[in-house]
Design a protein around this ligand. Structure first.
Ligand code: PGA
Length: 254
């Protein structure tokens, strides 16, 4: 049985004081929730304050990205060892907004994932097709290429422990238009099949596959009920404690 993992991706939101207010509420409200792992991904500048506030709780601090080199002349970047030092235990890599606006490619996402893992972090590797790709019937091909790049060079034993895949159809992100549970499950099952081919059955069954894209309290339960949906990567609805808490509770095994 996979423990569902629900992560709030705060994107470019929350000052340090706002981040601390939210995380304090989450710590209070989610302290007793069992059977689901929870994380939040603040901006880099709020990450250390959030991690300190979360000390003694089971809520993980995640970064929204991670550069592939550890140190050097890379202005503006943050590395895995620095993130770990600041209190992160997971890094999101390959989010569609990074791919769309900041030049991330399947190859660079793989480098970032390997760097995160080498630095002791878990890696949440994001994949997902754009609307035109879905309409052209290319969803599974796009996801295959993203998976191949994002998981390149990653060892099965490490993947079983510290790799999570997030399937986020780009047309569902921030649009209010969620994939139906059946649409999501179809792609999740396909991803699981690819994981079996790459890592073997045992590891593939251990890796969690999150769904992301307009997850809300009202749709979370139906999505989480699907066999291969193992939690959620939540954007907009993670910015309010009540909504995020409701989504986490919906992800508890029934
Ligand atoms: P959304 O974002 O929940 O606001 O659609 C999800 C994500 O981009 O991770």
């Amino acid at each position: 049985m996979r423990t569902p993992f629900v992560v709030g991706n705060w994107k470019l939101n929350k000052t340090i004081s706002e981040a601390l207010a939210l995380v304090t509420e989450l710590k209070n409200q989610l302290g007793a929730v069992k059977g689901v792992a929870v994380g939040v991904a603040p901006t880099f500048v709020a990450l250390n304050s959030v991690a300190k506030r979360l000390e003694g709780s089971s809520i993980a601090t995640c970064s929204q990205d991670c550069f592939w080199e550890n140190t050097g002349a890379f202005t503006g970047e943050v590395s895995a060892p620095m993130l770990a030092d600041a209190g992160a235990t997971w890094a999101i890599v390959g989010h569609s907004e990074r791919r769309q606006f900041f030049g991330d490619t399947n190859e660079s996402v793989g480098k970032k994932a390997r760097a995160a893992l080498a630095g002791g972090l878990g890696a949440i590797v994001c994949v997902g097709e754009m609307l035109a790709e879905r309409d052209a019937g290319r969803t599974l091909d796009v996801v295959d290429a993203q998976l191949a790049g994002g998981l390149d060079g990653i060892d099965g034993a490490v993947a079983a422990q510290r790799v999570v895949i997030a399937y986020e159809p780009v047309w569902a992100i921030g649009t209010g238009r969620t994939a139906t549970p059946a649409q999501a499950q179809e792609v999740h099952a396909h991803i699981r099949k690819r994981l079996v081919e790459k890592f073997g059955q045992a590891t593939a069954q251990a890796v969690r596959i999150q769904y992301g894209g307009s997850v809300k309290p009202s749709n979370a339960e139906a999505l989480m009920a699907e066999a291969d949906i193992d939690g959620a990567l939540v954007g907009g609805a993670s910015l309010e404690a009540a909504d995020f808490v409701a989504i986490v509770k919906a992800a508890r095994p029934g």
